[in-house]
Write a protein that binds this ligand. Sequence first.
Ligand SMILES: NC(=O)c1ccc[n+]([C@@H]2O[C@H](COP(=O)([O-])OP(=O)(O)OC[C@H]3O[C@@H](n4cnc5c(N)ncnc54)[C@H](O)[C@@H]3O)[C@@H](O)[C@H]2O)c1
Length: 451
Amino acid sequence: MTNDASNGNASSRREFVKTSSLIAGGLIAAPFLSRANYFSGADEVIKVALIGCGGRGRGAAKQALLSNPKVQLVAMADAFRDNLDDSYNILVTESPNQKVSIKSRVVVPEENKFSGFDGYLKAIPLADVVILATTPGFRPIHFEEAIKQGKHVFMEKPVATDPAGIKKVLETAEIAKQKKLNVVVGLQRHYQNSYRELFKQKNKIGDITSAQAWWNNDGVWVRERKYNQTEMEYQMRNWYYFVWLCGDHITEQHVHNLDVVNWFKEGYPVRAQGMGGRQVRKGKNHGEIFDHHYVEFQYADGSVLNSQCRHIPGTMSKVDELLIGTKGKIQCGAANIIDPKGKVIYQFDLKNENNAYQTEHDELFAAISKGEYKFADAENGAKSTMTSILGRMATYTGQAVEWDQALNSGLDLQPKVYDWNTSPPVVPNDEGYYAAAIPGVTKYFEHVAKS
Ligand SMILES: NC(=O)c1ccc[n+]([C@@H]2O[C@H](COP(=O)([O-])OP(=O)(O)OC[C@H]3O[C@@H](n4cnc5c(N)ncnc54)[C@H](O)[C@@H]3O)[C@@H](O)[C@H]2O)c1
């Protein structure tokens, strides 16, 4: 499939016939027709552009290529050329025992490799489907551009780092729906067999009155400052530790668990209060994020989600969700349901578990190749990301924060200009340390205390 209007008469005619019948059937509104919706050619390719060529980006690109033999990777964009080259080289290097060969479908000539902040603008037009896997601070503008250009999207979580970004994603999600562009968000538990089955069986526990969610482990990498880096380059490389880029770990990773509870509750919290801080993240390379958050989220029906996430080496590891209902509990990690006495009343057969990272691409590309509109994950992706941001605003301020207040706070952490020589929104003090939020001092509309 291509967006090139000069694709030949057969394709144009096929498109016209299919489009006309859909308009006649009243299934779509004529002003929003997009060529990307109507892939149906047996011999055409589905062209993919990868924006953000790090670990997850190349993983997602590989999964896209494995999902359907028509898929070709045709363009790559990354802020840094070395990251792009590393991912390209990994994608075209296959081990002898690899079951399905993909390297012949990595068709990215030199002129389709783009580095810098504006690479996405050049890569997106070349594709039918765009994979957005940069650091999350950029997701709103990349998603907006992809949908503006009529592309289907796979985008990684989280989908923003601040409420202004969430609003942009919500607005863009609406446009994607109107244009009938498939959007899958990498909250992959929605594509995991055990979670899908537990969701189907959730009535067994009655009404959900409370829940717990955990993302506790040692934490992640640190990328040291290198000689001659500008402050912008340093933060872009060591992005996990800067809220404007990462959102803090409550957003970056714990969003998965918060999202599961929202999914099973079929709603989003209305307020949050909590506590958090930095016990061990005290170095110059630890930026401004916390290493632990504990948040009590409240839903409109009065039920509560107790959420904890911790990144402290040497402490107990647990990544899981528990839903507590009037008639029992769903234990997601164990993939089972127990009654109030602890008796297992449903057990998912773990032999039927799947690789959800692969399934999300299999299902997305199956829909696209059949010309079907099936996936509209962006709104939930935005609201679950907003849940995590609400939690962060509660732990940073030490105040109870309402959903509407947070979403409408106007908090926008992004720089006005993306440029290697521009000063990022936070800078270190004279000793090289960054200011972190201080509960009781930091205001909900600030990202860190102005000290
Ligand atoms: N669903 C999951 O389980 C899962 C797992 C891992 C990562 N992720 C998500 O994937 C995203 C990327 O994580 P990662 O582990 O690949 O990080 P990474 O650091 O390995 O890769 C990020 C890449 O994005 C590039 N980049 C940053 N800003 C850019 C911009 N403006 N334009 C173009 N490229 C840009 C970086 O240079 C880097 O190469 C994150 O949002 C992360 O949460 C999701």
